[in-house]
Design a protein around this ligand. Structure first.
Ligand code: A3P
Ligand code: MG
Ligand code: MG
Length: 381
């Protein structure tokens, strides 16, 4: 395989006939000042309606309004309208939204990398969350690398999780997060919402098929990224004219902090909250603290920007946001030197491995990553 002039370690894989390029994880390589980052700017958005039908608008946007404390987060689990995530949605909605934007502007977006926010979040977390493995598929199309989740791998991981014994079923615990969203949001600004609705939130059916997704342009080091990701709510309204920061709100539930070790777990957890919100430019997180059996006991507003220092003050060694940024920035720069050719590439990280591996799994084409519609549109451009 011709990789041009790379100084990267390339090793023959034993379990595969292909050659893998290896990106070393070692966090200490990435300490110090952070590489330049661009403030994420939304340039498009889309929604899934209550039946998960795609819409090119902001119809599923929700407004934050404080929940009533004391609510039972398990209430309504039997009626939960749950999205079937066994179907691989690839990058389809993101590509449709980008194509629509390009039709309006008449030119292709300038990103080096297009992917879901969740994929970038997994990459950023690698230096400090070595327990989570992942697999992604990537392809180069007209100068841009498109990255999707390897859906089959993700499903396997979720089945593994079911083995862990827990007094409360996984499905119920996962419901708590969606219930908290229903308890904490309104489908319209407060001034346009009836008191009856606000008071009835605890009996509203919880439905996670509905989503609002923001599509942003952002940058990590030398790479320009286009990321799509779900935003839970907005505080007030989108800025007019656009360009200023939007007061997005990320909603998160977590166990209340009682013992000293709870704080340790919490600090690991907020790293993921920080990464997730940082990537889309979500400035505020509302943490909903719950008892061990799922009663909402308190909420706390956390400014995303304060999280890295908040953790550093208590424990300098826990994790370092600059390392996450520099790691992801260096990885993307490296990936752009590896994927210079046709075909589909696997990006793989096994738990506690010393490297992220990248190897070609298809010699030609773009697998199922790029939709036919997107290609047909780009041919016209
Ligand atoms: P919590 O984060 O409050 O637990 P998000 O926080 O990204 O908006 O996701 C909303 C909710 O989806 C989560 O709420 C959680 O309930 C559920 N969820 C997200 N990722 C999950 C995963 N990998 N497994 C199980 N549930 C998940
Ligand atoms: Mg969400
Ligand atoms: Mg959330």
């Amino acid at each position: 395989v011709n990789r041009g002039t790379t100084a990267h370690p390339i090793k023959e894989r034993r379990d595969s006939p292909m050659t893998a390029a290896l990106f070393p994880v070692h966090p200490d390589r990435f300490r110090g000042e952070s590489d330049p980052v661009k403030r994420p700017k939304e340039f498009a958005c889309f929604s899934y309606d209550q039946e998960h039908r795609f819409r090119l608008d902001d119809s599923s946007l929700k407004w934050y309004y404080p929940p009533t404390l004391g609510a039972d987060l398990s209430k309504g689990f039997e009626d939960f309208i749950k999205h079937d995530d066994s179907i691989d949605e690839h990058l389809d909605s993101l590509l449709a939204t980008i194509a629509h934007h390009e039709k309006e502007t008449g030119k292709p977006i300038d990103a080096h990398v297009v992917t879901w926010r969740g994929m970038m979040a997994k990459i950023m977390a690698v230096p400090f969350e070595p327990r989570d493995g992942f697999e992604m598929n990537a392809t180069l199309y007209r100068g841009t690398i498109f990255i999707e989740e390897n859906h089959g791998f993700k499903r396997g991981q979720e089945e593994l999780k079911q083995f862990y014994k827990n007094p409360i079923p996984m499905e119920v615990m996962s419901f708590w997060g969606y219930k908290f969203e229903t308890l904490s949001t309104l489908p319209a600004p407060w001034g346009e919402t009836s008191r009856e609705y606000i008071e009835s939130r605890d009996t509203q059916v919880v439905n996670n098929k509905e989503q609002y997704c923001s599509v942003v342009r952002t940058g990590l080091g030398k790479s320009i990224l286009c990321l799509g990701g779900e935003v839970d709510a907005i505080w007030d309204s989108k800025p007019d004219p656009p360009g200023a920061t939007t007061n997005w709100v990320e909603l998160k539930t977590t166990a209340e902090l009682i013992k000293e070790t709870d704080m340790d777990n919490f600090e690991n957890k907020v790293m993921k909250w920080w990464i997730q919100s940082f990537l889309l430019g979500v400035p505020k997180i509302i943490a909903g603290f719950r008892s061990r059996d799922g009663i909402l006991v308190s909420t706390q507003e956390i400014a995303t920007i304060d999280i890295p220092n908040m953790v550093k003050q208590r424990n300098r060694a826990r994790w370092d946001g600059n390392v996450c940024i520099n790691f992801a920035s260096a990885f993307l720069e490296w990936l752009r030197q590896i994927i210079t050719d046709e075909g589909v590439w696997r990006v793989r990280y096994s738990r506690r491995a010393a490297h992220i591996e990248v190897f070609r799994i298809e010699e030609v084409g773009h697998g199922s990553i790029i939709t036919e519609e997107f290609m047909n549109w780009r041919i016209k451009l």
